[in-house]
Ligand binder design. Structure first.
Ligand code: ATP
Ligand code: MG
Length: 453
């Protein structure tokens, strides 16, 4: 009778099977078919099953499939040790020294396969003086593996053979409620790994999921802990955030939670000035749009944009001190990059591209003689031009310059000759062109000759 009533109130009976602390949700309830996972991930699961091991797709991929999104990649978790996995698949190799994982290769695809791990108990754990965990690479069982993960929605295990989902922390209910909730005591979990605060912001922005109140609450008081995280790790997370396709939303959220102070020193200053803020936001929107269209994007373009207003300020200071413009720009670039490195080190491999992009900017103002043609033939012209359009759109430079280059680059030789400004040395006397109504849209980094990263 009561059961009948409950069924009427709550809909169908709970279809999950319960085994210990785990709820096992059948395909009929969640609807995620094994056809949605990659061929290679399926082969890894089948191979491990056939050899008598457990194997699951885990983490972001299960979450994304349940949300109806296409996963970036399919990571596997198993109870087989790395050596055992290695023995099952001829084309595989063990990687990593601290966290030993196996890369299993099928054709072009690589499936990262990790052995279940457990969180090391407090008394044996190695932590820094703030409680940050220095290692968590002990092997464990599936239940322990679920407990060491960050959000319940990230701790679901999908078995491609049975098509069942294993859920230890009610992550399935969270996904249905569109909520990110930290497993365990959020304060303890942020102390163990402060990067989880950034992951909370990034994943909620990227997935459009709300942060559970108890998960969000401690962040304001704990944000200083990010200062103890190694630089390389912060940069890694920052890159993920900027290249997530939702960078604008992420940065807005970081600001709302005041996580950008100190952590993202490059944003600290820039976002406080209206023109700098507008420029950064346009650059982020532009990157998000390109990622959405699956066009190539390089972090160097974005870093160049994020630092541009600092470069401008330093450039002006050097010129005010009597340096000639080009020398002053070189000095400003070095100064800004040095300052940035002391806070959050941008890899040096991006320096050359950022500098090129910046150095080409003043050359857009020179529109007489052979100079525009020389600028057009620069390999980085397109990227620098996209950068210029963002400057125009943000109001930093006269939109007329952007329009001039928009026309000049595709114009016939005859038209180009007519467009060149007669007196380069006295730009104040130049003939002004009538502004058309439409503004050129930044086509962005379309033809950038840069690698996709
Ligand atoms: P994305 O879609 O951006 O890849 P993701 O959740 O898959 O998101 P990954 O960095 O690929 O993120 O991590 C894979 C899984 O590893 C996560 O889903 C989570 O279960 C676990 N994980 C990652 N980082 C942490 C962390 N800092 N603390 C605890 N668990 C983590
Ligand atoms: Mg992932």
């Amino acid at each position: 009778m009561i059961r009948k009533l409950l069924r009427r109130v709550f809909g169908k009976a709970d279809p999950a099977r319960v085994e210990g602390k785990c709820r096992i949700i059948p395909f009929e309830a969640h609807g995620v078919s094994r056809d949605g996972i990659s061929h290679a991930a399926r082969r890894v699961a089948e191979g491990l099953h056939a050899a008598g091991y457990k194997a699951f797709v885990v983490g972001g991929a299960v979450r994304d499939m349940l949300l109806g999104r296409h996963p970036k990649d399919f990571d596997m978790a198993t109870n087989a040790t790395p050596e055992e996995v290695r023995r099952v698949f001829r084309r595989s190799r063990i990687i990593g020294r601290r966290f030993r994982l196996v890369h299993v290769m099928f054709g072009e695809e690589v499936v990262e396969t990790s052995t279940f791990r457990r969180l090391i108990e407090a008394e044996d754990a190695q932590t820094d003086e703030h409680g940050r965990l220095l290692r968590d690479n002990e092997f464990g069982d599936q239940e322990q593996d679920a407990a060491r993960r960050d959000f319940a929605a990230n701790a679901l295990y999908y078995d491609p053979v049975s098509q069942e989902i294993y859920d230890y922390h009610d992550g399935y209910a969270d996904i249905r409620a569109n909520t990110l909730r930290m497993i365990g005591d959020p304060e303890v979990r942020y102390r163990e790994d402060p990067v989880r605060m950034l992951r909370a912001v990034r994943l909620s922005a990227k997935l459009g999921m709300k942060l559970d109140a108890a998960t969000a609450a401690p962040i304001a008081a704990m944000k200083e802990l990010l200062g103890n995280v190694p630089q390389a790790r912060l940069l890694d997370e920052m890159l993920k955030l900027l290249m997530s396709g939702h960078a604008e939303e992420c940065v807005k959220k970081l600001r709302a939670m005041e996580l950008h102070h100190g952590l993202l020193p490059m944003l600290d200053v820039i976002l406080e000035q209206p023109q700098g803020e507008k420029f950064v936001m346009l650059a982020l929107q532009n990157t998000d749009q390109r990622i959405g269209e699956e066009k190539s994007v390089t972090p160097a373009f974005l870093f160049a944009a994020l630092l541009w207003h600092e470069v401008l300020a330093a450039w002006k200071a050097h010129q005010d001190a009597g340096e000639r413009p080009v020398a002053a720009l070189h000095a400003a670039m070095d100064e800004v990059l040095e300052r940035q490195r002391a806070q959050l080190a941008i890899p040096r491999r991006y320096d050359a591209i950022m500098k090129e992009m910046w150095l080409l900017q003043p050359r857009f103002e020179q529109r007489g003689g052979q100079r525009p043609l020389r600028l057009l033939s620069q390999p980085r012209f397109r990227a620098a031009y996209d950068f210029l359009l963002l400057r125009c759109e943000s109001g930093e430079v006269d939109g007329e310059i952007g329009l001039w280059w928009d026309e000049f680059q595709d114009a016939s030789d005859e038209r180009r000759a007519a467009m060149l400004l007669p007196d380069e040395a006295a730009p104040k006397n130049r003939r002004r062109r009538k502004k058309p109504d439409a503004k050129p849209q930044p086509e962005a980094v379309a033809q950038m000759v840069l690698p996709i990263e």
